[in-house]
Ligand binder design. Structure first.
Ligand SMILES: Nc1ncnc2c1ncn2[C@@H]1O[C@H](COP(=O)(O)OP(=O)(O)OP(=O)(O)O)[C@@H](O)[C@H]1O
Length: 311
């Protein structure tokens, strides 16, 4: 049994196995209600699993959630801040509370996000409150940073600044777990991605593998099209007869394009479109229930690990 969480008779997370390596920017994707926040809250010890266990920086959050939270900063999706305080007061309050709190750095982040910290929280817009929460969270230089939808409610310029902070954190040797519904952000920043669907791990991938995948669509009047045996591991072919009597061809590729292009060149194709596979294509396929590889990646340097309960 892997990490599971049941609310009453509802399975919010079932047999979930995730390993985040140190130095990763790990993307957590999934539709609304897929179980992303539940997983994050289990990692921080805010919730206790009903099955399995996890280790965060080597510590079991059920046994010692305080130790975990001393080394992790967490931006919740619905960050709540004291409404009666001004921005700067909030930054001071949290910097004093966290053992690795760094008020100067929090103020620098607020300035980069162009936040007026003199405003009272009650009078801030939703985006301003999000900037304030980010300034709190990006202050302490903890080894692990968990961000639940960090760019929600932010304009495109500020989003880009936030993502720069994420990459800087990774460059400084920290590990980041990032949950977002904005696929382009995950594509631009993460090196590994996990997809949750209905509380189960549906797919894990390395972005470097995804960047090697392409989808080509075209029209042909020739049939059948045969994939050479040397390419069957690299190519997946789908054909569909159109109402005009032609055949629409979709070729998904993986790995080195050289030999695939030579083969494609030998086919009599028209209207060829070639595009990177992209996270969106995978997301839609996972969402539609296609089954994918969920296997783990090599490495023993886990910052986050969920596992069976050892007896
Ligand atoms: N305290 C709770 N009691 C009962 N059900 C809950 C509770 N908290 C969450 N759930 C349910 O568990 C499921 C997973 O919720 P969760 O918040 O983890 O999803 P999520 O992937 O973070 O979604 P979103 O993208 O909308 O933030 C949902 O169906 C939700 O209704």
């Amino acid at each position: 049994m892997r990490l599971s969480k049941r609310y009453g008779d509802f399975d919010a997370l079932t047999d979930c196995t995730v390993r985040v390596h140190r130095g990763d920017i790990f993307g957590l994707l999934g539709p609304n209600g897929a179980g992303k926040t539940t997983l994050i809250r289990l990692l921080l010890g805010y919730l206790h699993p009903t099955g399995g266990q996890c280790r965060v920086l080597g510590v079991d959050p059920v046994a010692d959630s305080v130790a975990v939270r001393q080394h992790v900063t967490y931006l919740p999706g619905d960050a709540r801040l004291p409404r009666h305080m001004r921005g700067d007061g909030v930054l001071k309050f949290f910097a004093e509370m966290h053992p690795l709190g760094d008020l100067d750095r929090s103020r620098e982040v607020a300035e980069s996000l162009e936040l007026n910290t003199k405003t009272r929280v009650a009078f801030m817009s939703t985006g301003m409150r999000q900037k304030l929460a980010l300034s709190v969270v990006l202050g302490p230089q903890t080894p692990l940073l968990i961000l639940d939808e960090p760019t929600a409610n932010l304009d495109p310029t500020v989003r880009a600044t936030v993502l720069r902070f994420v990459v800087e954190a990774r460059d400084a040797g920290r590990t980041v777990m990032l949950s977002s519904h904005v696929l382009s952000e995950i594509e631009d920043t993460c090196n590994r991605v996990a997809f949750l669907r209905h509380g189960r791990l549906a797919h894990q991938l390395l972005m470097s593998d995804l960047f090697q995948r392409h989808r080509m669509t075209a029209i042909t009047s020739d049939e059948p099209i045969d994939v050479p045996s040397s390419l069957t591991d690299q190519v997946s072919l789908h054909t569909h007869r159109t109402s005009s009597g032609n055949t629409r061809v979709q070729i998904d590729t993986a790995g080195d394009l050289g030999p695939i292009l030579t083969w494609i060149d030998s086919l009599r194709l028209k209207n060829i479109r070639f595009e990177p596979f992209g996270l969106r294509t995978v997301y839609d396929a996972v969402h539609d229930g296609e089954t994918f590889d969920c296997s783990d990646f090599d490495g023993n340097d886990a910052a986050i690990e969920t596992a069976e309960v050892s007896s």
